[in-house]
Design a binder for this molecule. Sequence first.
Ligand code: RBF
Length: 148
Amino acid sequence: MSAPRYAIVAARWNERYVQRMVDAARDTLQRSGVEADAIDLTWVPGSYELPVTAAWAADSGRYDAVLAFGVLIKGETEHFRLVAEAAAQGLMRVALDTGVPVLNGVLAVYEAAQAEARSGGDHGNMGAQCALAAVHMAGLAAEQRGRT
Ligand code: RBF
C-alpha cells in the first residue's frame, strides 16, 4: 500500500488563527509518521469556499483524508452561522459522496478570544485534534477498502 497522503484546505479569513491550526495539523500528522511532502496545503478566500476545494482534493483520488480549516467570528449579523452551517454541510456532503474522510476544522465563535483559545490556547488546538481524527479515519477507510 502506498504511503498515506493528506490534503489541507484553509480559509484566509482570520488567517492568524487558521495558520495556527494548519501548523498544528501538519505537526501532528508528521508526528504520526506522515512525510512532510505527503501533505498538500491549499488556501481559499473564505470558509464558504472550503467544500468545493475539499471536493477537488477528494475527487482527485490522491488523498487518504482532507482536513478543512476556517475561523468564523460573529460580527453584527448572523452571517457567520450561515457560512459555518454551509461549510459543515458541504464538507459532510463531500465525505459522503466520495467516501474520503473529510475533517471539519471550521471554528464558529462569538469573539476572537474563543478562536485564540481553540487554536493553541486554553482549549487546545483544533488543528491537532483534526489531524488525529484524520489519521484514525484514514486507517478505518483503508480497512474498509480491504473488506470490499
Ligand atoms: N469567511 C470566513 O472564513 N470567516 C469569516 O468570519 C467570514 N466572515 C464573513 C462575513 C461576511 C459579512 C461575508 C460577506 C463573508 C464572510 N466570510 C468569512 C467569507 C466567506 O466565507 C466567503 O469567502 C465569501 O462570502 C465569498 O463567497
